[in-house]
Design a protein around this ligand. Sequence first.
Ligand code: GLC
Length: 463
Amino acid sequence: MTHPYRKGMKTKRTMAAATLLLTMVSGTAMAQPMVVPDDNTRQLREEFRNRKFGIFIHWGIYSMMADGEWVMYNKRINRDEYAQLAGGFCPSWFSAREWAQIFKDAGAQYVTFTTRHHDGFSMWDTKASDYNVAEATPYGKDILKSLSAACAEHGLKLHLYYSHMDWYRTDYPTGSTSSDLPHDESTANWMSYYTFMNQQLTELLTNYGPIGAIWFDGMWDHAEGTGFDWRLDEQYALIKKLQPKCLIGNNHHGSPIDVEDIQLFEQDLPGDNTAGFSGKQQVSNQVPLETCMTMNNSWGYNITDTNYKSGDEVIRRLVQAAGRNANFLLNVGPRPDGQLPPQAVKVLEHVGKFMDTHSRSIYNTRGGIVPPQDWGVTTQDGKTLYLHVLNKEKDGQVVNEGLHRINGGPLSFFVPLKGHSLSNPTILNTDEKLTIQAENGGYRIFLPKRPNSVDLVIKARLD
Ligand code: GLC
């Protein structure tokens, strides 16, 4: 992936910008206290946490270029030329119901759909612009309508991704990345653009049933501007007015501000910063966390990117996210014809098989009292502690560096735990009882044999 923003996040320039951004959006310094949520909001956030696993869909006319969702920028495509793609967009194999079934079978509980990405193309029948799927394409139908119906039918919550940044509209005041595109700055008109966004958000929150969350992205385009005010307060208030049950998340790569309900992490588990986006993020203990991740290296469909994570690897990330008290939002980038890439479907099926037998150690849990260990992570549901012994396969052998044989005895692992007692460990799916022994500062649990799966889940009682 080659957008400068990605590369730039690690540079000093953008780090400074990120700080500035936070200062800007909150109006004051970073340590701004969060708005204390009322009981209803608290309840909604807990319900979101309970769902644990969602599917992110990056789909737009960029899929036709088969080179990711940043293709317009990466190739510096002229807006009028790019817009011609719409005339060929006709996803003949698209079936929202099929998608929903696949996601449901994978064990997902919600879907986050890119209603309008940075390229500015709307994937619903918006009245705010004719640059949309219903009017500008031969397909001529409202994709979001069918998706919302299919999600409702399959009991999946619908969340909506919405880009703040726009590479297409002439009234959008260009920022750090958008200014690299051929634009005429003289037509910029913030109020017109802001009104447009709010009109679109009003449609999204009026015509598509209950929306679980709005997922914003792209406001970092103005990170380096001085005094640029996105007027989030008003926009957030509009969302809460239209659908009081709709949560708000914003992928601004900073700690959550004001009324934001979810802290978003891109390509990293909370606390990690391998992708370079989370350097400014302090993991919140107030709002739910969500990690979004690609299956290969691309969000939007990329025909040459076959670098898919294995099904086991995806399970590992999902479980690690749960162990860090975070939801996991796994991305798929559908093809322009409306099909999900078969590699992605294979991974989803693999995750689904795991969820069929293990989901009770994930859904409705919170990160366990025992923090992540070298042998794995824990999740917790009241007095039940789930110990996820996370294993890897190496040269045909299952390995786990956190498992040890003490004096040639059976394999075991140590659970650090003070002020609580742990008892009755059993293997989740067989109820096989395991030996447990108190040890200085915690407990040692013994395994009858080397685990042979990615996640050996042990259920134990915590008092
Ligand atoms: C980034 C990218 C965007 C992608 C998003 C998903 O912010 O700009 O293309 O949609 O991450 O997290």
